[in-house]
Design a protein around this ligand. Sequence first.
Ligand code: BDR
Ligand code: CA
Length: 306
Amino acid sequence: MKLLIDTDPGVDDALAILMAHHYAEVVAMTIAAGNVGLRHTVANALKLVDVIDAATPVHPGCEHPLVLRAADAAFVHGADGFGDTGYTLSPRAAASEHATLAMLRLSHQHAGQLTVVALGPLTNLALALRLDPDLPKRVSRLVVMGGAVNGRGNTHLVPAEFNIGFDPEAAHIVFSSWPMFDLVDWEATLRHGLDYGDIERWLCSGNERAKFYAAISRRTRTWAREHGRERLLSADALAMAVALDPAIIEDAQERHVGIELSGDLTRGATVVDWEGRMGVPANARIVLGVKQARFEEMARAALGAA
Ligand code: BDR
Ligand code: CA
């Protein structure tokens, strides 16, 4: 499987990226702003390529959402997005080609073979679609981590999930022009947490990836426990597991999903036509449940634990 990962690393993006490199060929990472600013998300992606000892190109994308500025998630992921450990920066350089142009080039180079996994705000992908509306014809599958399909979001705008709420206009472009994609939302993430004890065991495996992930995730693990989360939530790792192993899906429903752009309380909400009242074709396969044991196996493998 060939993957292109659009991402804003971010602690849970990091677990997804480790998982992707364990199971598949990653042709590139295209980088979004989101969890923290682009300077950090690019540096974090380059550092992960070092830790994995891979050669994956890292393409910086857009610094800001398409229309309005948005607040980042540094309060969860740390000011640098990786738990403020003060890690040594990678000596690697980012690619000079913009993320959006790299997406389009790679979609031609690997036409019909590429799975695109979007783990951050959809700014880069939206721009690629505006430049070339035929992009979906060359991509074999798109998996998006985003949304809260029944309005139980994770941002200050209650029904909005972070990736969609950060750049709703970009999400609107993608959701209204991609014919059919897999959607792994925040509410599925809530149903598929990871046990803290299991994670802590996997992090002790002695492997370099586990050591690095233990360091960068310490702060978010503490934050999650302090905020009463019974399990560790890794939205991006869940989406990556769905991308890498479609057979992991136990329950999914195809529905039309639109993006609210203007509500005072609801901007960034993903509005699902559950009853088919709008009379428009479904655009998303909403993943409602996965095989939990398989997800845990994939997370463990990502960290190189036995
Ligand atoms: C999403 O928002 C980010 O903070 C995470 O990396 C994930 O992609 C979850 O809402
Ligand atoms: Ca992310």
